[in-house]
Design a protein around this ligand. Structure first.
Ligand code: ZN
Length: 464
């Protein structure tokens, strides 16, 4: 009875929230979906874990949405919920490095300041022009011009030829950056080859600790030491790294970090920490299972399908999950390679993006226009939603996709909780009781809740 009431309330609240803010700040999977996914994951756990998690199942359920609330408190939160993987070239899953440090350096920029007051660019990634654009410009007879422009702006080449593929994804460490534009001024040569591994190591040693700072300035001594090894001609007064990568989302990297955090929490034996980390990683794993969290066209805004994000991940689960989805996903299993595991989830999610967009496009053209959107009363407010018949038809055409992604998320969360516990040495959870939230935590949560209700997302406005 009580559970039923909670679900109904959660459903109403989440739907209203989504519709009021259609297209710019809907919480992923809806609050309903995230809570349901976290809750069901508890039942995948082995006998050594399940009593502790069951005792705290309300905490795990309620806190499934904390990371979304935090997007209103810090600008660094938003990017953890998605990755616009298709922003990064034709074969992004092969090209984007699996380590954040490498991705930041590959797609970033390093600026050097000279004693004379000049600024030189050691490297800067330039997104290659899309083929379609080139074709279009070719058609319009501008090809020569475009080519010249491209050559001038090409600051670096990233070479990964001969890269030995041990995994489906680029390791990047085996690649090289060829510095061209300012190579003459910096090294007295037309070009300079720098190992990407060296740049990645440089980042890890001198930049990573500044990740949350607004500017990533590097001291002269460090810059000169690094470039000295490549025979730089002059001494620099300092340098700066500019991150052009994180803004397009860092979800899979964050998942790997969160799994490590959860493992540390199990090691610490602090039940509050374990539960917080478990609930929160559940949220991010849920996000990673939503195909529209892996694309730049996350809300159909590039294809005239605004609102498809909430339609797929909130409206459909809210309509169908309770009555028709089967959440029995079996027992959690151990993850051998977390990095590949989380990237595989993203890759699979991304493989559904085109299907979702094209099915809805087709349906929106063939379905009677005036029967696509309806108005419903929710908590004394009129809200615009996809009509039941329209939503049902879309759901049918998706052929089980929403249920599959939702239940796969449940299984993945169980797998991650279980693996973190195993990696922590299988600590005895039987001693742990129901967790009581401290006053301080309560205060912090209220603060986040307030900001959440005030409703301005810090940082880039993204639907997830
Ligand atoms: Zn999220």
């Amino acid at each position: 009875m009580r559970t039923q009431a909670i679900f109904t309330k959660a459903l109403l609240l989440s739907t209203i929230f989504i519709l009021c803010s259609f297209g710019n700040s809907s919480p992923d999977w809806g609050f309903f979906g995230h809570k349901r996914i976290n809750r069901m994951a508890v039942f995948t756990l082995p006998p050594e874990m399940i009593p502790f998690f069951k005792k705290n199942i309300e905490f795990i359920t309620e806190h499934a949405v904390d990371p979304d609330k935090r997007r209103y408190a810090t600008k660094h939160e938003g990017v953890r919920h998605y990755i616009d993987i298709d922003h990064w070239g034709e074969n992004p899953l092969e090209e984007v490095p699996k380590y954040l440090s490498e991705a930041v350096m590959k797609y970033g920029e390093m600026i050097l300041f000279t004693e004379k007051g000049d600024t030189l660019t050691l490297f800067k990634y330039e997104k290659p022009k899309k083929n379609e654009e080139e074709k279009k410009e070719e058609k319009e007879g501008k090809k020569g011009k475009v080519k010249n422009k491209k050559d001038e702006s090409q600051l670096i080449d990233v070479l990964s030829e001969g890269l030995e593929k041990k995994t489906p994804y680029s390791t990047f460490r085996d690649g090289f950056v060829v510095v061209k534009k300012d190579a003459k001024a910096i090294f007295g040569k037309d070009s300079m080859v720098i190992e990407l591994k060296a740049l990645s190591d440089f980042y890890n040693e001198y930049v990573a600790n500044m990740y949350f700072d607004d500017e990533w300035k590097v001291d002269a001594e460090i810059i000169n030491g690094f470039l000295g090894e490549y025979g730089a001609l002059e001494k620099f007064t300092g340098g700066q790294i500019v991150d052009h990568f994180s803004g397009y989302g860092i979800l899979p990297y964050h998942l790997i970090k969160m799994q490590e955090n959860l493992t540390r929490a199990f090691e610490s034996g602090n039940s509050g920490r374990i539960l917080r980390m478990a609930a929160e990683i559940g949220h991010y794993i849920g996000d990673a299972h939503v195909p529209l969290h892996t694309t730049e066209n996350y809300n159909g805004q590039m294809t005239g399908q605004d609102g498809i994000h909430g339609f797929w991940e909130s409206r459909l689960p809210e309509m169908f999950a309770d009555d028709s989805y089967n959440f029995w996903v079996g027992k959690a299993s151990y993850i051998e390679n977390p990095r590949n595991f989380h990237w595989d989830v993203v890759a699979e999610s991304h493989s559904y993006v085109d299907t979702i967009l094209s099915l809805e496009k087709e349906l929106s053209i063939t379905f009677p226009r005036d029967k696509q959107y309806c108005y419903e009363m929710r908590l004394e407010r009129t809200v615009r939603v996809q009509c039941t018949a329209y939503a049902t038809e879309f759901h049918n055409r998706l052929d089980g996709m929403v249920e599959k992604r939702m239940t796969d998320a449940v299984k993945a969360i169980g797998d991650v909780w279980f693996s973190a516990w195993v990696d922590a040495g299988q600590p005895d959870l039987m001693k742990q009781d129901e967790y009581i939230i401290s006053e301080e935590e309560k205060k912090q949560m209220e603060e986040e809740e307030k900001l959440f209700k005030a409703g301005t997302i810090k940082g880039r406005n993204h639907s997830n």
